[in-house]
Design a protein around this ligand. Sequence first.
Ligand code: PDD
Length: 301
Amino acid sequence: MPSTALPALPCYLNGEYTLLPDAKVSVMDRGFIFGDGIYEVVPVYGRCLFRFEQHMARLERSLAELRIPNPHTRSQWRAIAEQLVADFARGTDEDPEKIEQMVYIQVTRGVAMRDHAMLPGLTPTVFVMTNTMKLPAERLRQDGVNCVTAEDFRWEKAHIKSTSLLGAVLARQISVDAGATETLMFRAGQLSEGASSNVWIVKDGVLLGPPRDNLVLEGIRYGLLEEICKTHGIPFELRSISRQEVLAADEVLLSSATKEVLPVTRIDGQPVGDGHPGPIYAQLYAGYQAAKLQARLRRPA
Ligand code: PDD
């Protein structure tokens, strides 16, 4: 039996560039023992890190919430990510301009004997990897996806992009078991988010999303969709959204780094609106693709 079945993808661990099968951390890492860490998932299109500054700003916020010192400056983070993207491109036959990939960044509090207290002075563990990003198939964009609903049983600090993801794993499995794409979660009858995505509704031409508060992870696509709405003259509003409003919406959408923006056409077996992806989705998706192109054009040669 091979000791590992991990692919030989490039990664970075605590100052060293290596390959996934060779990257090893201590069993006493607080990420392993407590899930005491944070992460980011940054999409990369044609070697261009998409919305990197916004991802860095959220990484800084998450670290500050957990009182973990940020081990790198933004330019150091960028250099690590770009090095891995370049290493990845060298290891494939694909045209680098066409590769759609993601960079995963994780920082944990570090290694120490087990103690719930935060133990200041530890050296954070830094792990970064990259892989191709499998965007939703064209058929899902044409037909829309099927979702199920569930009570949001996660903790009340959902705004931290924490590696403690057991709530998300349990929530996602509800949709896996139901053969659905995502689990839409409600807390006391109000929409929060998906297991690993944000959820939006459209009513009478307005794009509505839950407020930026502690009950949802503010996806980097919050800011992006707001910008696209501005460009296309689509009214954009953040406020509490009831379960009834979701079920009576004209359109429902998911957004995340790996889904971009994706139409939901069935919830708990019932059609959303007329059961087909709607016109606001089409505009947001087109705006998203334009933003990707623009970011690549702005990239220094
Ligand atoms: N998930 N809400 C939750 C709970 C998430 O896990 C994610 C992203 C989002 C959307 O955030 P963004 O637009 O920045 O990707 C919202 C990532 C992709 C993941 O865990 O793999």
